[in-house]
Design a protein around this ligand. Structure first.
Ligand SMILES: Nc1ncnc2c1ncn2[C@@H]1O[C@H](COP(=O)(O)OP(=O)(O)O)[C@@H](O)[C@H]1O
Ligand SMILES: [Mg+2]
Length: 249
């Protein structure tokens, strides 16, 4: 049996009377690509926020490679090898696309790295451009990030998390705002980059066609609870699950 990369047990959090997480238990093994689905307000973003230290659970454990990470700061959890991209991209819109990746790389090197070394240090620029090439963003490298279409911004946010070479990458709706036409292209790029780098990933996704095509496993959340956990083909065939996720039969 392989060693789990992530073990979540009994995870619980309420916001007043709202149940954002209730006894959530999940084990993820290296190489998995787990799709997280569920209606608005189901607790998908909360789940990612708990794992990455942005929220602290009332109860439960979270282990990354066997190490308990509850109580660690987001920065400490990132340093252990857990990356994160956001539902709303966290970009510097006036900086260029390349500079955004450079800042991400510099931050990893420590708080004062950008003071000690110039941002456009050649080795760092090379590392940034490799990632931009991998994500099809190199042609846009010198444009301000704010000029990218929404889909491009999402992809850049993912590329910045990816540039830090996490072992586990958590993505919140990486294809929202990407046109239906480009969605599969973006996911093809992303999934290939993850495989090549040997990165295990969890991604929140609303489009069931995307989940069916790319996820090796799907977690269904509803009212902070895990409603189902299994192979996408099986789980998404279930009429009750479909109703819970999409509101339609
Ligand atoms: N910081 C917060 N304070 C209060 N309520 C919150 C907070 N974050 C999320 N919630 C509530 O918790 C529930 C789950 O939210 P969220 O995890 O963002 O859902 P999802 O990402 O599945 O749409 C929602 O009812 C939301 O309004
Ligand atoms: Mg969300």
């Amino acid at each position: 049996m392989k060693t789990p990369i992530l073990e979540v047990e009994d995870l619980t959090l309420h916001f007043g009377s709202i149940t954002a997480a209730e006894r959530e238990t999940v084990i993820v093994y290296p190489g998995e690509l787990v799709g997280i689905v569920g209606p608005n307000g189901a607790g998908k973003t909360t789940f990612l926020n708990l794992i990455t230290g942005y929220l602290r659970p009332e109860r439960g454990t979270i282990r990354f490679w066997g190490q308990d990470v509850v109580g660690l700061s987001p920065h400490q959890i990132t340093a252990l090898g857990v990356g994160r991209s956001f539902q709303i991209p966290q970009l510097f819109l006036t900086l260029t696309v390349r500079e955004n990746v450079l800042v991400a790389l510099a931050t990893r090197e420590g708080r004062w790295a950008s003071v000690r070394r110039p941002l456009h240090e050649p080795a760092r620029v090379q590392a940034a451009d490799e990632v931009l090439l991998q994500f099809g963003l190199l042609a846009q490298a010198d444009r301000p990030a704010g000029e990218l279409p929404e889909g491009g911004r999402k992809l850049l946010d993912v590329a910045m998390a990816f540039a830090l070479r996490p072992r586990l990458l958590l993505m919140d709706e990486p294809t929202s705002g990407v046109s239906a036409r480009e969605k599969f292209q973006v996911m093809d790029t992303l999934v290939q980059a993850l495989r090549e780098a040997g990165i295990t990933a969890l991604f929140v996704e609303h489009d069931m066609d995307v989940v069916r095509r790319y996820a090796t496993r799907v977690l269904v959340l509803s009212n902070g609870r895990i409603l189902a956990d299994g192979a996408p083909t099986e789980v998404l065939e279930d009429p009750e699950i479909r109703l819970a996720v999409t509101g339609r039969r």
